[in-house]
Design a protein around this ligand. Structure first.
Ligand code: ARG
Length: 467
């Protein structure tokens, strides 16, 4: 490493007053965040415009300087948007890249922008604004996914399929009911997103380095200008808090887990062995060696993205867990985790929405599978309770014997002759065959939230009114 006698690099133009020399190359590399935080340019500029406007309003800077600053910042915004901005790693981060360019554009007035603020409240502001926008986008995307499921549920309110527990055939359900389970899951995710937006809706700017400032700033004014409900209340907490980012990642992790379970089901359902759904060409891929294959790659990648999102959540929790108040540079590592998770989550929701909308549902395969595996055994037991007054436990036992008999004969429960059933329990009549079909089984489950088409339609109406 270079020692300072051989170091000819100049010190940082923003904070280098007390430094005789510039940073070692490695120092610059480990310290710089511009490679990723340039993503925050629009938020940084919005924040600076609001701050400068407030400073002028409070008489802390002149109106003339404010006008120069605002004009210069707008110029920088269009330079960055049109790709005509040269980011410099020597200037560390987005905040100092923008401010240095402002000095080039407008001269000494640029030096007044950083009055009564610090990069600590500045980065807290920029990042919060970014996460807020991302949460709003996530809310909309989840609404789109829910809408896709509502349409499929409506279309298949009566289509029967096997319901599973332990991935073993349990009882017949409707595909519409299964779709509505996902509506509940993504509806909860969306509610979490809305709560998170409420939690973070406080403006950090004006907390300054950590202690607030002696300048007569108006934090309510900047909060309002930036679309926040109110300013944060404690300046120390403000610059050391990354809960909003961790909350975003937690929500992303839970939504990712839901998306991954859906992905897993689609992978299973689209196998030739199940054949419940066929993915559209638009959401599947072929194999370079096996011409017959149609692979659910998008679903598999959604499943994998969830692992990445979980990694980001654990990473940021770990980054934050040992930090003393208030700001520490460790916190600079917050952004890549959130950016990466946001990209993964957006892709995963978009891919799943497309897959759900496009997939062909093979109702005949589902119905055939729904009837196999003795899925109406519970219906037989319930019939014995209802019509023959057996206690449920006894009915369960009688039914178990009927299943064993059907298994030994290689037939379904509904295919057992009445004489066989009566040999197991004398009170069984031919009325029992009415409940042994999958349609009758499904239609009978009218309990609130149950799988009967009438209940599924009630659930759909509930969500339609809220989507
Ligand atoms: N690039 C920094 C970050 O992302 C900005 C804040 C730097 N503050 C400081 N005191 N060095 O956290």
């Amino acid at each position: 490493m270079a020692d300072d006698t051989t170091d000819t690099k100049s010190s940082n133009q923003m904070w280098g007053g007390r430094f005789a020399s510039g940073p070692d190359a490695i120092m610059e590399e480990i310290n710089a965040s511009i490679g990723f935080d340039k993503k925050l340019f629009a938020q940084d500029i919005r924040g600076s415009i609001a701050h400068a406007t407030m400073l002028a309003h409070q008489g802390i800077i002149s109106a003339d300087d404010k006008d120069k600053i605002v004009h210069g910042l707008n110029t920088i915004l269009s330079e960055i948007e049109s790709g005509n901005f040269e980011f410099s790693r020597q200037l560390e981060d987005i905040h100092m890249n923008v401010e240095a360019r402002l000095a080039t554009l407008i001269g000494p007035a640029a030096g007044r922008l950083h009055t009564a603020r610090s990069r600590n409240d500045q980065v807290a502001l920029d990042f919060r604004l970014w996460v807020k926008e991302e949460l709003q986008k996530t809310e909309q995307m989840l609404t789109g996914l829910i809408a896709a499921f509502l349409d499929r549920a409506e279309e298949h309110a009566e289509s029967v399929m096997p319901g599973f527990t332990h991935l073993q055939t349990a009882q017949p359900v409707t595909f519409g009911h299964h779709c509505m389970a996902y509506v509940e899951m993504f509806g909860r995710d969306r509610a979490r997103v809305r709560h998170a937006i409420e939690h973070l809706d406080e403006s950090p700017i004006g907390a300054a380095a950590l202690a607030g400032t002696g300048y007569p700033i108006d934090r309510h004014m900047t909060a309002k200008a930036l679309g926040f409900r109110e300013p944060t209340r404690n300046s120390i907490d403000t610059v050391s808090d990354r809960d909003f980012a961790i909350e975003f990642l937690s929500i992303a992790a839970i939504a990712g887990m839901h998306l991954s379970r859906l992905a897993e089901e689609i992978v299973i359902w689209s196998t030739p062995q199940f054949g419940f759904v066929r993915l559209s060409d638009a959401f599947s891929t072929g194999s370079s060696i096996m011409p017959q294959k149609k692979n659910p790659d998008a679903a598999e990648l959604v499943r994998a993205k969830t692992g990445r999102i979980n990694g980001s959540l654990v990473a940021l929790l770990t980054i934050m867990k040992g930090l003393p108040l208030a700001y520490s540079k460790d916190m600079q590592e917050d952004k890549e985790q959130v950016f990466d998770a946001a990209e993964s989550l957006e892709l995963a929701i978009a891919a799943m929405t497309g897959m759900v909308r496009d997939m062909t549902v093979n109702t005949a395969r589902m119905k055939a599978a729904a009837g196999s595996g003795y899925s109406t055994a519970t219906d037989l037991a319930d019939w014995l309770v209802r019509e023959a007054s057996l206690p449920f436990r006894d009915a369960h036992h009688v039914t178990g014997r009927a299943v064993a008999l059907a298994e030994s004969k290689g037939c379904d429960l509904a295919e057992l002759p009445l004489s066989d059933l009566q040999a197991i329990h004398a009170d069984i009549t031919d009325k029992v065959y009415d409940v042994l079909t999958v349609e009758a089984s499904v239609a009978s489950r009218k309990s609130f939230g149950g799988t009967a088409p009438s209940e599924v339609r009630r659930q759909i109406a509930f969500w339609r009114a809220r989507n």
